[in-house]
Write a protein that binds this ligand. Structure first.
Ligand code: PXG
Length: 439
């Protein structure tokens, strides 16, 4: 490894095995479209589009130019009581592309903030309607909604919760995850069995009583929890139960929006329309941090009461609708519209599926699954060291010129929307070879 001039000690790295990284650092210096360049001068193919963020490829010239221009024109302006054009224009574009009925967007700086904002909107909505007993939330095991207190509480990945156990929000309950490998291992696309798992929601609602429940929040396809795909008919049932009991349905589309499953929103791909949608990541192609919460008009309208000079929703971030983020968002939306990358992504689904499932017969692989351009490979954990095999695949792939994301012993894939079949071959040939070399 080339000499590291950088002091690795002071930075406490997020979601990282700090001690291990600092012994064997993997530092990236630059990126061009499909590749990272490492500090020691190697090319690394990115099989994860950043962190589910950068579907259009790294350093997209149209977005880079828009950001450069904006930062030199209006770097920052407060968004409280005054504003600027960017967030209005971006909100208008998002609403144009959203499912029918959506009418306003609240901007945040991340997916975590979008999740917590959505939960506060749900509480505020019911309260404005006089339904002030609707305080409970239902999430799902293996769900991920970021790291803030709301999203962490409604999220269902045990490792993210354990350390904070007793301080999680009360009144949050969890459906079981829809991953049933005993029926659906190695399935391609949506599993055919499992819609009945949604019946648990009806039982939970009856147990807690509908008038006490504010919202159900789920990812249409769970990402960080290991690409957990909804069985055919499952999301439709969840929608129907929520509608019947006046419970808001929140789709966390931080990963599934902007082409990852072939449409602007996953809701459109599944033809199941929630009441609130959260976004981030692909909103700006990952270039500038930004998140957002899209709501239907009856939700926004419920807040618009009282004296006109009064703030209607006591919530907001210093950087909500930041000019540079909004410019990156608008530029991304222009590329999504102009170049039709979601269509390309859909056409690539078959090649992606074939190459990914080519790893099914590798050593210790227990499941492979995919939907849109999301894919996962489960490797059996080493009995004495869960997570070790996943981490070794990540490290060895990186050394071999391939960025692979792992969560414990699950490998996750999120290729560029405009990848080529050759990228898939290179990715899964390397992954298979490395998995087969592990003990
Ligand atoms: N919701 C979902 C569905 C996400 O995937 C967030 C909320 C939080 O977004 P921010 O911008 O606050 O990080 C996310 C984030 C992984 C991985 O390896 C994915 C995320 C974060 C960390 C790891 O899949 N997604």
């Amino acid at each position: 490894m080339a000499e590291q001039p950088v002091n690795l000690d002071p930075f406490w790295m997020p979601y990282t095995a700090n001690r291990s990284f600092k012994k064997r650092p993997r530092l990236i210096k630059s990126a061009t479209r499909y590749h990272y360049q490492t500090l020691d001068g190697r090319e690394v193919l990115d099989s994860f589009s950043g962190l589910w963020t950068t579907g259009l490829g790294h350093c997209h010239p149209h977005i880079v130019q828009a950001v450069q221009q904006q930062v030199a024109t209006l770097d920052y302006a407060t968004g409280f009581q005054v504003s600027h054009e960017g967030p209005f224009r971006l909100a208008e574009k998002l609403i144009e592309k959203a499912p029918e009925g959506f009418s306003q967007v609240f901007f945040t700086n991340s997916g975590s903030e979008a999740a917590d904002t959505a939960m506060k909107i749900a509480l505020g909505y019911h309260r404005s309607k006089g339904d002030s007993t609707r305080l409970k939330f239902i999430g799902r095991q293996r769900g991920y909604h970021g790291t803030n207190f709301g999203g962490m509480s409604i999220g269902g990945i045990p490792a993210n919760r354990t350390m904070f156990g007793n301080s999680l929000l009360p009144n949050v309950f969890h459906l079981q995850a829809t991953h049933q490998p005993e029926f659906s291992a190695f399935s391609k696309g949506q599993p055919s069995k499992g819609a009945e798992l949604a019946d648990e929601l009806e039982m939970m609602v009856q147990f807690h009583r509908p008038e006490n429940i504010a919202a159900v929040m789920i990812e249409p396809v769970a990402g960080s929890g290991g690409v957990v795909i909804p069985p055919i008919g499952y999301l439709e049932k969840i929608r129907e139960i929520c509608t019947r009991h006046d419970i808001l349905l929140i789709f966390d589309e931080v990963i599934t929006a902007f082409g990852r499953i072939g449409d602007y929103f996953g809701a459109q791909r599944f033809n199941v329309i929630p009441d609130i949608i959260t976004v981030a990541k692909g909103l700006t192609n990952g270039v500038i941090p930004m998140g957002g919460v899209l709501v239907k008009s009856e939700i926004y309208d419920a807040f618009m009461q009282g004296p006109e000079s009064m703030v209607e929703f006591f919530h907001g971030y210093t950087y909500s609708g930041h000019p540079v983020a909004a410019a990156a968002g608008l530029a991304s939306m222009e590329v999504y519209e102009r170049d039709a990358p979601f269509q390309t992504a859909r056409q690539l689904e078959g090649d992606f599926e074939n190459s990914l499932h080519g790893v099914a017969d590798a050593k210790n692989v227990t499941d492979v699954r995919n939907f849109g351009l999301m894919g996962a490979i489960d490797i059996a954990p080493r009995p004495d060291a869960p997570g070790a095999r996943g981490f070794e695949v990540h490290e060895k792939c990186f050394a071999a010129g391939l960025m692979v994301r792992h969560s414990a012993d699950t490998l996750q894939f999120s290729p560029f929307l405009t990848s080529t079949p050759e990228h898939f071959e290179e990715t899964f040939d390397t992954v298979k070879k490395i998995i087969n070399e592990l003990d």
